[in-house]
Every structure is written in structure tokens, then in C-alpha cells.
Write a protein that binds this ligand. Structure first.
Ligand SMILES: [Zn+2]
Ligand SMILES: [Zn+2]
Length: 504
């Protein structure tokens, strides 16, 4: 860590992240060449790797590794009655107001959280932009008109359903209306009996799903924090409400377990404890069917906001779908010889939001020997690229050939890139900026010089992103060394048997 100072205090700003994401191929605005689509984003070559890593780790840690979990992958288009039963058709609404002049639409609750435009009568109608909720410092007036144009009256609030509507089949009529799902959860309830019977599940057990959801948000924003199309990972964990665990009702016990497990998961992959906190929903904030809801909030660049919610939804959903479908959605309790409707605990996470949190937490600016170094300190399992193979001299064919061969070999197991488009110092910084944990450098020593009759030593230099230390490792040891490093091994231990030095 010698000679390195953290330059930028946390948290990083959203502008810094947005610009890094675009410049380095993580996230682009959707349809950018046409001026963009409202609050939609495209994941670029590095973004897609990062997002897939997040989903893969979620699936591995919460589904594959647990005997009490299974997964499904359901259709986005579901039977319209699903949304009647779930309450989304009637209640998934936001009150909104429209400006009668400029026609802009706002969430009623948001109008006074925006800076507002004011033509001040006390200063001959001069135009001012006034901070949210504050009065004009000249005339003392408060906002009553449209915050954006400062001229139009706002309509009374009207309820606006957030589901995207479309039509199934060739006829656009009421009977063929369908909705893009606003959450993935309902498919787990609708498939409860299919999963129960086909997999012979015993309570408690959970069903997980990762996939796209759609919400026609009136005021999306803050980059990928709130978008109209997003990816969710939801778990519905069913418990027998008559059971007790450690002297507590099973649903309450499992609710706390899931809160703790999810909190630990975020920390395991790099979110710092001081940037995470639990937020208990107040009684008046709870949905009528929810017994208790706890959010995991993260200190995003925009301030503390929800990263994930974990709700105890009781037996509401299964009962609703039983009622609307006429099918029994119960579980036979062998011990008590009776049918019960399970309670469900629902951990629900936005994958895009998690990605934003992991990026914000990983971002560091340091000073190294008088120069700025930007590093994304991703956990190796999250890093989009695991290893970059770099030739020290691209004019030497043998070095380039050897470097390309190493890349091809390691790429059988991991995402590994080759880059020879700049000098080595520059190449290292580029990899630091996208969070690549390790670089491999092939140099003259590796390959020797056949014209001079010198034989190479067959070793390459591995360079560690965080400590900037280097170790000289035989090429044939690379797969084993990276296996250890990328599955949680500590640099100093894994490389202890090799010759080490600090980056020159
Ligand atoms: Zn207006
Ligand atoms: Zn004024």
C-alpha cells in the first residue's frame, strides 16, 4: 500500500459512475443514436458480464447450494386474471398530476421534491430556479404551479396504473389485453402446486426466479436505480404457519433468517457494512396483507435508498390465486393430517440496483506516485474480466504468440482478455479501471531470444490489482494459481512460493 492515498472520499457521484460506465462499456443509454429511450439502458460488453456474474452468484448461493430451494423461469406474459388476483390491476397505481400548459406529468408525491421554476412578481417577473420545498427568497411565495415550466396549473391527482398493457393475438380489443409482468413473484404462486407435486417438496421450501419485469414509472431516473424495464431476482419461501422454530412461529423465524442471509450475501461480495442498513416498514406503510417488511437500504450516490425488500406476505397470495382460479393451493401437513395454506417470506431484489451498489462500493480513486489511479475493487467473482494477458513488447512475435496462447488457455475457464494497444503502465491502469483483479505480463525473459541462442524461463508476471504486487509464475502453473485466486484465495498466500516484487 506504499505511496498510495485515497483521493476521492466516498461515496462516488452518480455522474462519475455514469461516465465510467459509458466510456468503458458497462452501460449505454438505450437507442442513444436516436436520442435515447425514456429511462432504458443497455448493458455493454463489460456490463453484461458483471450482471451475469451477479445473477450466477445469487443463483449459486441461494438456489443451487440449498436443499430447500428450487428455481423456475416463467413467461413474462401471464393470464390477465393473475393481475386481478394479485391486486395489481386495482391497486398498482401512483397518483399523478398533469401540467395544463406544458403537459408534463408528475407523481403527486414528487412535485415538491423537485427544484421549481418561478417567475417572481417582486423582481419584474425574473425567472428563478428554487430548491425543492423552499419559498422564493424575494417574494416569499411557495410553489403552486408546474415546477418545470413555472406557468401551468396542475390537475387534481389521478390514479395511474403502472403496468404496461399490450394485446395478445391479432385483434386489439379488451378481451385480448395482456400485461407485461410488473414483478416475477406471481409466477411462483401460480406454479406453487406444479412445483410442490413435481418436485415432492416439503415445507419449508422456496422457489426462486430471476428475470425481467416492467413498470411504467411516471418519474423514473437516477440512472439504473429506477428504470421502466429491469431485472429482478425474487424468492418465495413457503413455511407452515403452524410450525415453530426455536420457540417462534416459523414464518417469523424464517423472515429473520432471510434478512440476515441477504445482508451477509451483499457483504460477502464487497458492499461495506457502513453502507448498508436495515429499515423496518412502519405499520401504516405495510400492505394490508403484510405482517412485516424490512428493507435493506444502501448508501447509493443519491443517498440511502432501497436495495432489497424482504416481506412476510402471510397466506395472502396463495389464497387469492385459489379464490380466482378455483384450484386448491394448499399443502398437506402429514403430521397433523390436515391441509394448510403456507405463509410466504419474500426476499425481492433488483439486479440492476445491486449492480449499481456493487459499482459504487468498488469505486476508488488513489494517487500512485503522483498519478491518479481509478480502481474498481470488485470481488474477483464479480469482476467482468478475471485476467488480462499483456505482452510487454508487441513487436516481438514470440511474445505476442505466447501471450495469445495463454489467453486462449485460461479463457476455457474464465473471461480473459488480451490487450497490446498501449504501453504496459497504461494497460494496467485500463484494467484497474474496469476492476480486472489480475494481469499476466509476457516479457523477453519469458520467451528468451532465439537469435542470441537464449532460452526463456517459461515464467510470466502476475500482477495483483489491489496491492499492485507482482509474482513470477511458471506458465503451466497459471490455471492452478488462478483457480485459487479466483475462488477466494488470498494473494499473499497463494503466491507465497513464487518470487515477488512491487509494480515498477
Ligand atoms: Zn408545466
Ligand atoms: Zn418570488
Amino acid at each position: 500500500m506504499r505511496g498510495r492515498d485515497i483521493l476521492v472520499p466516498m461515496p462516488v457521484t452518480m455522474d462519475t459512475l455514469v461516465s465510467l460506465c459509458k466510456r468503458r462499456g458497462f452501460i449505454f443509454q438505450s437507442s442513444e443514436i436516436y436520442g435515447g429511450t425514456g429511462s432504458c439502458y443497455d448493458y455493454g460488453p463489460l456490463g453484461v458480464e458483471l450482471k451475469q456474474n451477479i445473477k450466477r452468484l445469487l443463483w449459486r448461493d441461494f438456489v443451487q447450494s440449498r436443499a430447500d430451494m428450487v428455481g423456475i423461469d416463467a413467461s413474462i406474459l401471464m393470464h390477465p386474471t393473475v393481475w386481478k388476483a394479485s391486486g395489481h390491476l386495482d391497486h398498482f397505481t401512483d397518483p399523478m398530476v398533469d401540467c395544463r400548459e406544458c403537459k408534463l406529468r408528475f407523481r403527486a408525491d414528487d412535485v415538491d421534491t423537485l427544484p421549481w421554476t418561478h417567475y417572481c412578481p417582486a423582481t419584474k417577473g425574473n425567472k428563478f430556479t428554487i430548491p425543492p420545498g423552499e419559498p422564493c427568497s424575494h417574494c416569499g411565495a411557495r410553489r403552486t404551479l408546474c415546477p418545470d415550466c413555472g406557468k401551468g396549473l396542475l390537475t387534481a391527482p389521478r390514479q395511474f396504473n403502472l403496468m404496461f398493457k399490450t394485446f395478445m393475438g391479432p385483434v386489439e380489443e379488451d378481451a385480448s389485453v395482456a400485461y407485461l409482468r410488473p414483478e416475477t413473484a406471481q409466477a411462483m404462486f401460480v406454479n406453487f402446486d406444479n412445483v410442490l407435486q413435481s418436485m415432492r417438496m416439503k415445507l419449508p421450501f422456496g422457489i426462486a426466479q430471476a428475470g425481467r419485469s416492467f413498470r411504467n414509472e411516471i418519474t423514473p431516473g437516477n440512472f439504473i436505480f429506477r428504470t421502466r424495464e429491469f431485472e429482478q431476482m425474487e424468492i418465495e419461501y413457503f413455511v407452515n404457519p403452524r410450525d415453530t422454530v426455536e420457540g417462534r412461529p416459523a414464518d417469523e423465524y424464517w423472515h429473520d433468517r432471510w434478512i440476515a442471509d441477504c445482508m451477509a450475501w451483499f457483504q460477502r461480495y464487497g458492499l461495506r457494512e457502513e453502507n448498508l442498513k436495515l429499515r423496518e416498514h412502519d405499520k401504516d406503510e405495510l400492505s394490508h396483507y403484510s405482517k412485516r417488511t424490512v428493507d435493506i437500504d444502501y448508501r447509493f450516490p443519491i443517498g440511502w435508498s432501497e436495495l432489497m425488500g424482504i416481506a412476510n406476505r402471510t397466506d395472502f397470495d396463495l389464497k387469492q390465486h385459489a379464490k380466482f382460479s378455483g384450484k386448491s393451493l394448499t399443502y398437506f401437513d402429514e403430521e397433523r393430517k390436515e391441509h394448510v395454506v403456507p405463509y410466504v417470506v419474500e426476499p425481492a431484489m433488483g439486479v440492476d440496483r445491486a449492480l449499481l451498489a456493487f459499482m459504487a462500493d468498488a469505486y476508488v480513486e488513489e494517487e500512485v506516485r503522483g498519478e491518479k489511479r481509478v480502481v474498481l475493487r470488485f470481488h474477483p467473482e464479480l469482476a467482468p474480466v478475471k485476467v488480462a494477458v499483456l505482452p510487454l513488447l508487441k513487436k516481438r512475435d514470440e511474445i505476442v504468440r505466447r501471450a495469445r496462447a495463454i489467453r486462449a488457455d485460461l479463457a476455457k475457464q474464465w473471461r480473459v482478455v488480451y490487450d497490446d494497444t498501449a504501453a504496459i503502465g497504461r494497460l494496467y491502469r485500463r484494467q484497474d479501471e474496469v476492476g480486472t483483479p489480475y494481469c499476466v505480463t509476457v516479457d523477453v525473459q519469458t520467451v528468451g531470444d532465439s537469435e542470441k541462442g537464449e532460452v526463456g524461463d517459461g515464467k510470466v508476471t502476475i500482477r495483483d490489482r489491489d496491492s499492485m504486487e507482482q509474482a513470477r509464475v511458471p506458465i503451466d502453473a497459471l490455471p492452478a494459481v488462478f483457480h485459487d485466486l479466483l475462488s477466494g484465495g488470498v494473494w499473499a498466500q497463494v503466491t507465497a512460493r513464487f518470487e515477488r516484487q512491487i509494480e515498477k
